[in-house]
Each structure stands twice: as structure tokens, then as C-alpha cells.
Design a protein around this ligand. Sequence first.
Ligand code: FAD
Length: 409
Amino acid sequence: MARLHVIVVGAGIGGLAAAAALRQNGHQVEIFESSHFEEEIGAGIGLPPNAVKILKYLSCNLEELHCVPYEGVVTFFANGSEGLPQTLHHIARRFGENWLLCHRVDLHAALKNLACGASVPKSTNAQMSGPPAVLHLGKKVVDYNATLGAVTLENGTVQYGDLIVAADGIRSACRSILPGNPMKVEPSNIAAYRWMVDRSIVKTHPELDWVTAGPSGPKIVTTADSRVLIVYPCRDGKLLNVLGIHSDHGQDGKDWNRPATQAEVTDMFSDCHPQFIKFISLAENIRLWQMRCTPVLNAWVDGSIALLGDAAHATLPTFGQGFALALEDAITLGVLFSSESAAINVPERLKAYQLLRKQRAEYVAGQSRDQIIFPTMRGLFYRSPEMQQDIMGYDARKVAETFFQSIPS
Ligand SMILES: Cc1cc2nc3c(=O)[nH]c(=O)nc-3n(C[C@H](O)[C@H](O)[C@H](O)COP(=O)(O)OP(=O)(O)OC[C@H]3O[C@@H](n4cnc5c(N)ncnc54)[C@H](O)[C@@H]3O)c2cc1C
């Protein structure tokens, strides 16, 4: 029998992971998603060890993600000269899991299956598991009521839940409803051109060997003024994900994610070696993505409502931790709302959720912002084993379990 009735707003990575974690504890979950998933955002993403750990806790079949191992990085300078390659063979030994690269669409599909699939994986406790989460597409939530535990849909319908998880992304409508939270997500003045290209096309051009040679992992081209071109494989190595990061002042009033042209990207990297310009000449379907981060919030929770994922802590992609933090939030809810949870415990458990997650997310998001914005801090994460341990060695489930066990029953 289902224990709590949970409403999740938003079926992105964070919302689906939370739905999967709560379903696996026997709760009945309904997800309201404003889009129809007709334009899934396709992009390569990094899964650092702390994220891989959580996917395994959720019994995600990693085979379905068609991951590529992140085994090393090769850096190039704008003039074409090559830096020393850096290998990452120590990652699994130090942090318990590998660093993997995958396609967002594959991860999204796998999490959707864990949340909404008819059956749960054999490795989860099937007796505890709840019914498949129900996903309502094209249902935009326009209002929240923390006292009543309710959300209002665009069509005026009110839905009630024992627990409401607002995983509605960086433009969260819920965030500013919670007491004392700022309204605005400030621009970072950093943006990235993003596109994907087939590896088989790149392989037909011998001058592009720099892209596919060397260890499996990113190739990074850096310029003296901190423009960066990052290329890395995903989907069994068949696709290459590309990011062209650069300064972008005056972001207010502009579209946060707009189509861009090849000429724009070529212009941005025009002083780079011809082998890099040749690579850009293969780009199609380019988007210009403004990078913004959620400001530090006053509250993540109110009554039976909690923010999760980018709604609470959208971060710059410096450490590739955006997804990981959303997964950590989700597994923390999974631990705090065990199968024994009752509706009456919800506000108190959500206070524990904020206590466990807010400081951690603010630290990772704050560092990832500062290390991209302040030249003196740049690259500190990659140079500091202690910081890597704090960030990638973190086990959100263990932290939450230790906390949960310390609460007097
Ligand atoms: C193009 C792109 C590339 C990225 N690359 C990386 C990467 O390489 N590595 C990394 O770690 N992170 C990356 N990120 C960030 C990463 O996507 C997020 O950190 C992560 O997906 C958090 O997911 P989320 O579920 O919180 O938010 P989202 O994925 O944004 O999901 C929010 C969902 O809520 C829905 N929604 C919004 N408002 C409402 C409403 N009112 N009612 C109902 N539904 C609503 C939206 O339609 C959406 O489906 C990338 C983000 C983008 C956009």
C-alpha cells in the first residue's frame, strides 16, 4: 500500500530522480511537467563519481546510458601546441566510482523508466516499492500553497499532496514563493555555444585527429583571455559534445538559450589555429546558452514544499556537478522519507533535508561559480585533491543515513 502521496513539479533529471527514489520507498508519486518532451535538450554530460554512486543506489542500469569513461584530458593552446595530457586513472580508486560521460537524453530516459516503469529493477526491494509514478505532460504548475500542501495547475485545477517537490529548474516559479528568497537569477556574464557532432564525420578529416586521439575524455582548447573550447565523447563514443565558453556581457534582456550560427562561433575563436577552425566548420544546430546560477537562498523548504535541483542551486558547469547535486538531493529525500514516513512528519523531515543539502550545494555551486569568474581561483578544483575529495568523494546517501539514524524515534 502506498504511504505518502507525493507531487513532483518538473520531470527533468532532478524531478525524475526524486520520483524514482520516493517510489522505491513505497510512495505514490505524481509528476506534473509543463512541456510535452517534444524538444528534449540533447547534450553530453559528465557523471562524476558522486553521481554514479547515486545512480547505482537507484538501481539504474548504467549499460542503458551508453557511457564513455573519462580517462584523461588533453589541453591545447590556441596556437595548436599541446599541453601535457592528464590521466584520471586514480578516480575510481580514490572516489569509489569512475567518472563517466553520457548523453542527457539517455540519462533522462533511464530515470524516467526507474520512476514510471511498470516494474522496478530486481536489485531494489520490490516489496517496498510503490506504484509507477504517474507523469502528466503539458501540465504547468502556476501556484503553490505550503499550508494546504497544494499546487494549482494552469487550467485552475488544484492538486493536493502530503509532500511537494518543486524540481522546476533554474527559472523555478516556486523558489520566489518561499519566504525571503530573491526573485532574480543574476547573469554570470559567461555563456557557451553548444552543439554535437558525429565522431564518424570528424574521423574523415585527418587534420582533426587531435579530437579523437589520446585518452578517452575531453580535449580542451584554451586562449590567453580564457575562452575555452571543450570537446568530449558520449553515447558509446559515437557523438562528440562541444562547448565554446566565453565572456558574454549584457545578458539581461536577452534569450537565455537561443540558436546561434557557425559564423558567430568562428568569429569568437578566429585567432585559433586552423585545425580548431576546421572543427568549428562542422558545427550544426548550435545553441548559445547563457550560464546563470541560482543566488544563495533564504529557504529551500516551507511546510510540505521543498525545492530540488537547479531550482535550489543551479551552478556553472566548471566542475560538471549540476546533475550530481540534483541526484544528491533526490537520494537524500529518499533516505529521509523512508517507507515508514507519515504525512505528519513531512515538515520536520524537510527541515532536515534543508540542513543536509543547502550548505553542501551552496559550497559546490559557489566554488564552481568563483573558479570560472575569478582568474586567480581558476582550476583550483583540478589542482586540489582535498577539494576533489570533498566534492567527488561525497556519498549523499551515507550522509543522510547517518543523520537519520541519529534522530531519536
Ligand atoms: C543544455 C544544458 C546542458 C547542461 N550540461 C550539463 C553538464 O554537462 N553537466 C551537468 O552537471 N549539468 C549540466 N547542465 C545542468 C543540468 O541540466 C542541471 O543541473 C540538471 O539537469 C538539474 O535538473 P533539474 O531537474 O533541476 O532541472 P531541469 O532539467 O531544468 O528540469 C526542470 C523541469 O521542470 C519543468 N518545469 C519548469 N517549470 C515548470 C512548471 N511551472 N510546471 C511544471 N513543470 C515545469 C521543465 O520543463 C523541466 O522539464 C546542463 C543544462 C542545460 C540546459
